[in-house]
Design a protein around this ligand. Structure first.
Ligand code: HAM
Length: 431
């Protein structure tokens, strides 16, 4: 019986693993240099945790299960609810603002397609306990800081920024009842992903008044904050939201990444818990799905039974990022090749015992070393050493038996020197 991998999952052979590790290492380095600390949680939680505030889309995509005690559980589709639960548990002991990051493996029962899998990794950064819009800007800065560090320029990617709070005020002004907002957000979030006519038809179904629907579409097509005031017409909540957004943009300017950022009111976000500034990073070509998304979620900790504490953050998956990097030719050249410090070869099969002991001696001094079980001729072993990217090859020949000397071959220059074995091993200790 031949068993296939489950649709929408990936196998990480060493070449894929090397790419994956390079991406994760970059995420971690960017988090640390921006002052975030790492955390993690369990890969499954109570099902109800995702039913509270994540929104219908996530709930439909849950991999859920029942344990033997009949408890309803779900594999995590995101880590933000876990973060809220963990922070709530220690809210009084944790110095604020809490700046944490994580790289969880997540599962969503999505229909697999380009950049969308059923199992993926997602870099998360979150700032909890800071309500200033500068914190939203810091999340966006950290995201851009990473993307820039791997060679993506402002010609390649754009952080599209808007505000749920502003959108709520605009919708209220247009005359949409507050109770309809959540379901309307889910539809508006789909605007950029749907053909224009399909979106207009769905909007007309939800908002039958053509003038109201037209105003919504008009607002969502704005390309600068200058005309926003027209849509809020003095509404205090709307003006406050607009001020917040402007402060965030000013901070992004100060942080030197204004060229990566743009106001885009069509960014709504699919998750239900966002309350303020929201953003997504997209490829400028507009071919791919969002590289990442996030925003402010000031009510989630309270909704999970904790105190009311401000929070903002983002999540970036590995799938779209990898596609974009490959398309831009930025992936394979940056992923480090397999590295091996030493390859131990034998000039003759008779020295295989020494090969084992010298390899072990090098490894026990903390250096990487490998050898070939098959041995074969010296030429073949040197080929294997090259294939494994060994920097140096140690050749054991007759001089080892005669004088305890090793041939040390620099694999980049081809230069060979003869070194007493004892001196060679002693030299490994120091540096
Ligand atoms: P999200 O928009 O659901 O937000 O996901 C964020 C990113 O995760 C997406 O832009 C995409 O890169 C990646 N992603 C999501 N679903 C998939 C999938 N099925 N396959 C591959 N990649 C995927 C959240 O998850 C929020 N919890 C982020 C957040 C953190 N907001 C505040 N803090």
């Amino acid at each position: 019986m031949k068993i296939q991998a489950v649709k929408g999952t990936r196998d990480f052979y060493p070449a894929e693993m090397a790419r994956h590790n390079w991406i994760v290492d970059g995420w971690k380095a960017a988090s640390l240099r921006n002052g975030f600390e790492e955390y993690d949680g369990p890969i499954f939680e109570y099902l109800k945790m995702y039913q509270v505030k994540s929104g219908d889309e996530i709930v439909e995509q849950l991999f859920s299960l029942q344990d033997r005690g009949g408890r309803d559980l779900a594999i995590r589709p995101e880590i933000t609810p876990t973060l809220a639960r963990m922070v709530n548990q220690r809210i009084n002991a944790l110095p604020r603002p809490i700046k944490w990051f994580s790289v969880p493996r997540l599962c969503r029962a999505e229909r697999p397609q380009k950049g969308r899998l059923r199992e993926f990794f997602q870099w998360n950064i979150d700032i909890i306990g800071e309500d200033r819009p500068e914190a939203d800007a810091e999340v966006i800065f950290t995201t851009v800081d990473y993307l820039r560090s791997i060679g993506l320029t402002s010609q390649d990617v754009r952080a599209k920024i808007s505000s749920r709070r502003l959108l709520a005020a605009v919708l209220k002004r247009i005359g949409i009842p507050a109770d309809d907002l959540d379901s309307l957000y889910a539809l508006l979030d789909k605007k950029p992903k749907l053909p224009a006519e399909t979106f207009e038809a769905l909007l007309a179904e939800r908002v039958p008044d053509a003038e109201q629907a037209g105003r919504i579409s008009e607002f969502m097509s704005l390309d600068s904050v200058d005309r926003v005031e027209e849509f809020i017409a003095g509404d205090e909540e709307g003006l406050n939201a607009l001020t917040e957004l402007k402060v965030a943009f000013a901070a992004l300017e100060l942080m030197g990444i204004a060229d990566y950022c743009a106001f885009d009111p069509s960014i709504v976000r699919g998750l239900a818990y966002y309350t303020g500034v929201v953003f997504e990073v997209h490829d400028v070509g507009g071919e791919l799905r969002a590289i990442c998304g996030g925003g402010r979620y000031d009510n989630l900790l309270r909704d999970f039974g904790g105190p009311s504490v401000a929070a903002t953050g983002m999540g970036m998956g590995d799938a779209v990022l990898e596609i974009l990097l490959r398309e831009k030719g930025l992936l394979d050249e940056q992923v480090p090749k397999r590295q091996l410090a030493y390859f131990v070869a034998c000039a003759d099969r008779a020295f295989s015992k020494e090969m084992y002991s010298i390899t072990a001696a090098i490894r026990s001094r903390g250096r990487s070393a490998n050898f070939s079980y098959k041995l074969g001729g010296l030429g073949k072993q040197l080929k294997t050493a090259s294939a494994q990217n060994a920097s140096t090859c140690i050749i054991i020949g007759q001089e080892y038996l005669d004088k305890r000397e090793l041939i040390v071959k620099d694999m980049s220059t081809g230069e060979q020197t003869v070194v007493p074995a004892e001196a060679f091993l002693a030299g490994l200790k120091g540096d």
